[in-house]
Design a protein around this ligand. Structure first.
Ligand SMILES: C[S@@+](CC[C@H](N)C(=O)[O-])C[C@H]1O[C@@H](n2cnc3c(N)ncnc32)[C@H](O)[C@@H]1O
Length: 244
């Protein structure tokens, strides 16, 4: 696994999140969620494994490049290579998912979602070096190929890396959506797919975020929302069109 460290341009801006990154287990701020959590807590009927296996079929002979924004210890990216046995968890936070999403998720219960192995590369970013060290101590067959320790804004401005699929579950988009939108518009390949969870009203309302996405060549394909309008979360599936 490659670890790339990039200097924070404005360390003060990230100090609160870095402190949370070191919060011990047992709090609601988690850095170790696997892909089951992303699936169980989502508001869209989106299956990362199915999407990636379709992408490999559509691109024979080419490896599919995946990026996780705010990867923490990299568990979810590891799961994409390894595969999981999915368990529908009715006790998850997500009491307000639309009924059709719940039905879809329930239909996956007990299914083995096959890992993509070497058909994908996985890269991710986190603010905290300890996460990269933790990821390095996992089974080398399923480790992330690269973890960047630094802030997504700086990385996206300086890297030549481009990705076919970006996912961000309680990661950068949840905490710094505007930074995430601008960064994903740079590093997502044309025609690529992204999925991210944002907080409506933090710091901008959802409509403003969607508008910024449009201005940045990102088109929202589906916006998944909780049934209770008092829960200000949205999950956005998007693609990139007309970028460079
Ligand atoms: C709540 S944790 C979630 C980790 C993982 N996705 C999970 O669900 O377990 C938030 C992650 O986003 C990272 N993060 C937040 N803002 C970031 C930024 N601007 N640039 C890079 N990483 C960031 C944090 O360092 C941390 O790894």
């Amino acid at each position: 696994m490659l670890i790339e460290e990039i200097a924070l341009r404005n360390p003060q801006a990230y100090s609160r999140l870095q402190a949370l990154d070191h919060t011990p287990e047992g709090t609601s701020y988690r850095v170790d969620r696997g892909i089951s959590h992303a699936l169980n807590e989502g508001y869209l009927p989106f299956n990362h494994f199915a999407h990636l296996s379709q992408a490999t079929l559509q691109n024979p002979g080419r490896v599919i490049d995946v990026f996780e924004g705010g990867c923490g210890q990299g568990r979810a990216s590891g799961d994409l290579k390894r595969g999981i046995k999915f368990r529908f968890d009715p006790t998850m936070l997500n009491k307000f998912e639309p009924s059709e999403v719940r039905a879809w998720r329930r239909s996956l219960d007990g299914q083995t979602l096959e890992g993509l192995g070497n058909a994908i590369t996985t890269s991710g970013i986190t603010l905290t070096q300890a996460h990269a060290t933790e990821a390095q101590n996992t089974d080398p067959r399923f480790q992330m190929d690269k973890i960047v320790v630094g802030d997504l804004g700086t990385y996206s401005l300086t890297t030549p890396d481009r990705f076919d699929f970006i996912f961000d579950s309680f990661g950068v988009a949840f905490h710094r959506p505007l930074e995430a939108i601008l960064a994903y518009s740079r590093i997502l390949r044309d025609g690529g797919i992204g999925i991210m969870r944002v907080v409506d009203g933090f710091p901008e309302d959802l409509q403003t975020m969607v508008q910024l996405m449009q201005e940045s060549c990102l088109r929202v394909l589906i916006c998944g929302k909780p049934t209770n309008s008092g829960v200000p979360i949205a999950e956005l599936l998007f693609t990139k069109e007309g970028g460079q």
